[in-house]
Design a protein around this ligand. Structure first.
Ligand code: SF4
Length: 443
């Protein structure tokens, strides 16, 4: 079978949105990143006595359903459509090629595979170095973005497959990909799509979207684009301080143009608005700290109230808590973990993972008061960050900088809390626990 004839077997210009659309025989690849031992921790009250150490786990940690889905779709795409060898469990033709039908597996008759397709990702699939390294090993390519943060699709050709990351992507990217005639595997998390619907609704009803999120985060960029898609505009607010500044604009105390000039990345190009007549609807990146999102909501609400009164507030300001349940569960569970007598807390997840960074901020906000001794907490990515008993690499949640610290593992440490962000595999936690146990034995 020639490469060209194989390529014809994949329906082009098609968007796959669910794992089930691959047809029968798809795998749950996220299970490869689990560790039965860690799963047992969840089932046994989250405590593990190991020699002189006691590890404490929160009720919720690690992979969320959105990450599970993205990993399954991504690795299934690689397994079925990238270069051989193809897994032996994928044999037999399943389904039809009709639009909307399942994606065919390789042909049993020919013994060949629907393989050899180039696979691209729009962005990092999730913010986790272990998973991203694994995808690079599999030969997955990453598309680049232009100055407007839109995908550069020139290198794509018919027959390629492009996987949209769990964060989603700008609606204009999807249009460009469709124009290139590629197959799109869309792993955007359903919780994010729900926020998009809210933002679209704002735009359709003439509301300016105010988004609490990180301006450079893929999810935030994708979400605000949904407002643009429906003819609306947006302002991205990163924190309460910026919300206070916007509130002054709403009150008519600061000119709109001053705010836009100060935060050009917060708004679309050539954007302007008139606070005297505008209506605003608030949404937030799903992984933000709920407390801060609610604070921002209150700040803006108060500004509308001050300027337009109660009736004006009702007509001109809408808000909706769009923090996802999985993020909230992990944040609440960490707060509960502070009731344990911890000497040390390890927070595990990508340094660019929004939800993991917020877990570290929660630990920092607790001021170390939850620790029984003057020890510390560390946000690390993987076991490689624990260089030795004398040296650890970690991300400081206050500065965002990656630092190293010496003499970090004190001899008297006994109770260690361990948690992980929604994009961190359990196997990474297990490696870290093993490493800590070894350090303790050697101390
Ligand atoms: S953290 Fe929430 S929004 Fe993000 S991928 Fe997971 S479930 Fe989806």
């Amino acid at each position: 079978m020639t490469e060209n004839s194989e390529i014809k077997k994949l329906p082009n210009d098609r968007v796959i949105k669910k794992l089930s659309e691959f047809g029968e025989g798809f795998k749950y690849h996220h299970e490869n990143y689990g560790a039965s031992f860690i799963t047992a921790m969840r089932d046994t009250g989250g405590r593990w006595d190991f020699g002189d150490l006691v590890f404490h786990f929160p009720e919720h940690f690690g992979f969320c359903y959105g990450v599970d889905k993205a990993i399954d779709m991504m690795f299934e795409t690689c397994e079925r459509f990238s270069s051989p060898p193809v897994s032996p469990h994928h044999t037999g033709v399943v389904g039809s090629f009709a639009a909307g039908g399942p994606i065919p597996l390789e042909s049993r008759e020919t013994g060949g595979g629907v393989s050899g397709h180039r696979i691209f990702l729009t962005d990092q699939l999730i913010h986790n170095p272990t998973i991203n390294d694994k995808l690079k090993e599999k030969g997955v390519h990453y598309l680049k973005r232009d100055l407007h943060n839109l995908l550069i699709c020139d290198e794509l050709r018919s027959g390629d497959i492009v996987v949209v990351s769990a964060f989603g992507t700008d609606f204009r990217d999807i249009e460009s990909l469709k124009n290139r005639g590629v197959t799109i595997v869309d792993s955007t998390c359903g919780a994010i799509i729900n926020v998009w619907k809210r933002v679209e609704g704002y735009a359709k009803n003439g509301y300016l979207t105010v988004m609490h999120g990180k301006r450079n985060h893929e999810e935030t960029r994708a979400t605000v684009s949904q407002a643009v898609k429906k003819g609306g505009d947006y302002i991205i607010i990163e924190n309460s301080l910026e919300a206070e500044e916007l509130a002054q604009v709403i009150r008519g105390k600061t000119p709109e143009a001053d705010f836009i000039k100060k935060y050009p990345q917060a708004v679309p190009e050539n954007f302007s608005f008139d606070a005297a007549v505008c209506k605003m609807g608030m949404a937030n990146q799903t992984t933000m700290l709920k407390g801060e999102s609610l604070r921002i909501q209150e700040i803006l609400k108060k500004a509308f109230q001050d300027r337009f009164g109660e009736t004006g507030l009702r007509e001109r300001f809408k808000s909706f808590d769009t923090i996802c349940g999985a993020t909230q569960d992990r944040q609440d569970a960490l707060r509960n973990l502070f009731n344990k007598p911890l000497d040390l807390l390890m927070i595990v997840g990508g340094f660019n993972s929004s939800n993991t960074s917020h877990l570290a901020e929660i630990a920092q906000g607790a001021g170390g008061g939850f620790l029984t001794r003057p020890y510390s907490f560390y946000h690390i990515e993987s076991v490689q960050d624990i260089m030795s008993r004398d040296e650890i690499r970690y991300r400081d949640p206050q500065t965002g900088k990656v630092e190293t610290r010496r003499d970090w593992f004190q001899k008297g440490i006994k109770n260690i809390g361990v948690t992980s962000g929604a994009s961190t595999p359990d196997v990474t936690l297990l490696e870290i626990i093993r490493r800590l146990a070894i350090l303790k034995r050697a101390s």
